[in-house]
Design a binder for this molecule. Structure first.
Ligand code: ADE
Length: 353
């Protein structure tokens, strides 16, 4: 399997704020992520139901000697959408080209990549909800009929030329399925949501990563990190590395429950896995807006964050864990959210910011 990656947009992406788990050098982070990425379904932990249906679709496609149907994966970031695309390619014995919608700005970007595909190859487009209209329209016939509609000439003499493409499989990934246009969504044969991971699954992910990093870890140590990983393997893996540094430098090299808990406390990751930004969101809503509801733009402006980071990175887990609620009039902190911060509804505090 060859992976051809075009991650310009990742380099240019706004660096997120949390210094611990969201603001590593992105280059370095990608190398680390790639080195621990599982390559097979056996190594890929979690998403059990999805894996089973994918295995069947892959076997059926192989049996018929046909490419796999186009697939769309959606769900919060860090749950393994790119990793899964790599596993599928491996299982199909196919090459994969990895790109993302912001790198496909000009028609020639998408045409170029489509024309470069070989038969049976997989094209992975991350953040596919950000594809522009022109690129989308080029994709429609490519997905449906494996062809490109090219126009030549001007006004009266304009001619449309149908250029055949090799049969390929498009795997799209998005954190925002709702922002995908209907016609594009309809062209995917298989659509799946990736779920947050359980503590037990993350414990396995963490033990596997520790093994690859050659770091000793106890079951309780792995579980302590898992509990603070927000249901997300990408976060779990970053935390293992951080805690491993503490274990080596400050302790005797083994990640035990105590080492994990003390290190994560020092890193300001609380028992729910919330970091400074997550807690700042909840504190702001409680202290300045009496618990909400308040609009996401107002929250973003007050915290000097961008709306997309809050919506894509922070909010999914706050909502999922029931600390935050989304209402038609904005975001509200739930009673659990108050409890988590040791605050009481109605006790407005004005002094924190
Ligand atoms: N690393 C990131 N995601 C993983 C997964 N689902 N299984 C194993 N290791 C992973």
């Amino acid at each position: 399997m060859t992976i051809i990656s075009d991650d310009n947009n990742i380099k240019n992406k706004r660096r997120e704020k949390n210094p611990i788990i969201k603001n590593e050098s992105i280059e370095y982070d990608k190398t680390f992520e790639n080195s621990i990425r599982p390559k097979t379904f056996e190594d890929y932990i979690g998403q059990t139901a999805l894996k089973e249906t994918l295995k069947i679709s892959i076997e059926a496609a192989k049996l018929r000697n046909k490419p796999l149907d186009h697939l769309l994966f959606y769900g919060p970031p860090g749950l393994g959408k790119t990793t899964l695309a790599g596993v599928i390619a491996e299982q199909m014995g196919a090459d994969i080209k990895i790109t993302s919608a912001p790198s496909l700005e000009r028609p020639r970007d998408i045409i170029g990549i489509l024309m470069s595909l070989k038969g049976g190859e997989i094209l992975f487009i991350d953040e596919i909800h950000r594809l522009n209209k022109v690129a989308e329209e080029i994709l429609y016939p490519a997905m449906e009929d494996f062809s490109l509609d090219m126009t030549t000439g001007k006004s009266q003499t304009v001619k449309t030329l149908r250029v055949p493409l090799p049969k390929f499989t498009l795997i799209g990934a998005t954190t925002k399925a709702g922002e995908l246009s209907g016609p594009l969504r309809d062209r995917f044969g298989i659509i799946h949501r990736l779920q947050f991971y359980t503590v037990a699954e993350l414990t396995q992910v963490i033990k596997r990563t520790a093994r690859i990093l050659d770091i000793q870890i106890t079951e309780e140590g792995a579980k302590a990190i898992a509990k603070r990983s927000r249901g997300t393997p990408r976060i779990a893996n970053r935390l293992v590395k951080r805690v491993a540094d503490f274990a080596i430098i400050k302790y005797d090299g083994v990640i035990t429950e105590e080492v994990a808990s003390k290190s994560l406390d020092t890193l300001n990751i609380d028992e729910f896995g919330l970091d400074t930004t997550d807690r700042a969101i909840l504190n702001l809503i409680i202290d300045k807006y009496d618990g909400g509801p308040v609009g996401i733009e107002t929250i973003a402006a007050a915290l000097s964050e961008d709306v997309r980071t809050l919506e894509d990175v922070c909010e999914p887990y706050l909502l999922q864990s029931g600390l935050l609620q989304r209402t038609p009039r904005g975001r509200k902190v739930s009673p659990e959210g108050y409890r988590h911060l040791g605050k009481k509804p109605g006790n407005q505090q004005q002094h924190l910011f």
